[in-house]
Design a protein around this ligand. Structure first.
Ligand SMILES: [Zn+2]
Length: 370
């Protein structure tokens, strides 16, 4: 019911989103004005997200264990500390054979039940690895094994964005990863994580936000709009504008007919393409609109992502393709939560791990020297 209400609310305010985009578009006419604006908005987002000053990047102290070898790929279970004592938990999917360094793909999961353990998450990460990439799926703050804060706590946006920034640090620190080719893709709340990360961290060179880039609706969760990242005294933006900030890096917007991205082909995509046009790079941004589909990261959307990533990164789409051009996901092994756990009997979370909003904010502020 909540999802239906959100869709209705979003559709009723279509004209407002459109007029917001028109207003934003009138604030820049050339590449210099746009780039100046990007700096202002980036700073505004980081400040509003309470990530300014940026926290110190403390040692990750990563734990990697339980390596499994499947059909053409490897899965491992991961925990690292994005702040001293604050854990990011997830799974690393690697190709079985690495010829050169592997491109990196960050995969946040969004507000779908089951989080990183869901079948569709495992399908996309396993397929990315079979194509030759290193994919990382990681819990949202307060979901599944991330148990030190509640997802509804106010600092969730801050910590979730910081965890993504530190996930890049973790991934580029690995042997055999290619720090020049780093993508992020997620659906719904994972789409928000994708375009926010890409906007504030220029190590991301390709982004695929799925069913979330809307000028009308920012997501109803504290992790998406619980802090005033869209407006402060110094900046005004919206999610389509934030997605445009990565121009001219390759970007694929995946939208559908049954949620707040139903107008992407006529509203958000043209706005973003106009920004790419300033760079003479309108061919680098694409919109895959699936009018018959709903709010998910289902097979057709994954297929779009596989093809787009293959186009720009040195991957092997043919090695996972059927003769008719579809992608064969049947070699992927869908694992249990137990098999994928970052913390288990042999690899336990330390007993003195800080818990709760007050303790975690204290750790963050100390890392910010505040
Ligand atoms: Zn959330």
């Amino acid at each position: 019911m909540l999802a239906i209400n959100l869709v209705v609310t979003a559709l009723m305010s279509v004209s407002k989103g459109e007029s917001d985009l028109n207003k934003l578009a009138s604030t820049y006419q050339n590449i210099e004005q746009w780039q100046k604006r990007v700096e202002t908005v980036r700073h505004g987002i980081l400040q509003s997200a309470q990530l300014w000053p940026m926290p110190e990047k403390t040692p990750l102290r990563s734990r990697i264990h339980s390596r499994r070898t499947h059909n053409g790929y490897i899965v491992e279970n991961i925990a690292f500390e994005s702040l001293p004592g604050f854990f990011v938990t997830g799974n690393l999917y690697r190709p079985l054979e690495v010829i050169n360094r592997s491109p990196i793909i960050l995969c946040p999961h969004g507000h779908f039940e089951g989080g990183r353990f869901r079948e569709d998450m495992q399908q996309r990460c396993a397929t990315f690895a079979r194509m030759g990439a290193v994919a990382f799926s990681y819990d949202m703050v307060g979901w599944e094994e991330s148990n030190q804060l509640n997802h509804g706590d106010e600092p969730v946006l801050t910590l979730q964005l910081w965890n993504s920034i530190r996930a890049i640090d973790f991934l580029v620190s690995l042997q055999d990863t290619d720090s020049k080719h780093i993508a992020v893709t997620g659906a719904s709340g994972g789409g928000t994580q994708a375009f926010l990360l890409a906007a504030v961290d220029d190590r991301i060179t390709l982004s695929i936000p799925v069913v979330m880039v809307s000028s009308d609706f920012y997501g109803g969760c504290n992790c998406e709009s619980g802090l005033p990242i869209h407006r402060s005294d110094g900046h005004t933006t919206n999610n389509a504008d934030i997605a445009a900030m990565v121009a001219p890096n390759p970007q694929l917007l995946i939208s559908c007919g049954d949620d707040w991205t139903k107008n992407t082909p006529t509203h958000e995509y043209p706005y973003i393409r106009n920004v790419y046009q300033l760079f003479d790079a309108e061919d680098k941004v694409e919109n895959l609109h699936l009018s018959e589909e709903g709010h998910s990261y289902g097979y057709q959307k994954r297929l779009g992502a596989y093809r787009f990533l293959n186009k720009y990164f040195d991957l092997s789409l043919e090695s996972v393709s059927n003769p008719d051009g579809s992608v064969n996901e049947t070699p992927n092994i869908i694992e249990s939560r137990e098999a994928m756990a970052a913390f288990n009997q042999e690899n336990q979370q330390p007993e003195n791990t800080p818990q709760g909003k007050a303790d975690i904010i204290d750790i963050l502020r100390r890392a910010q020297k505040l």
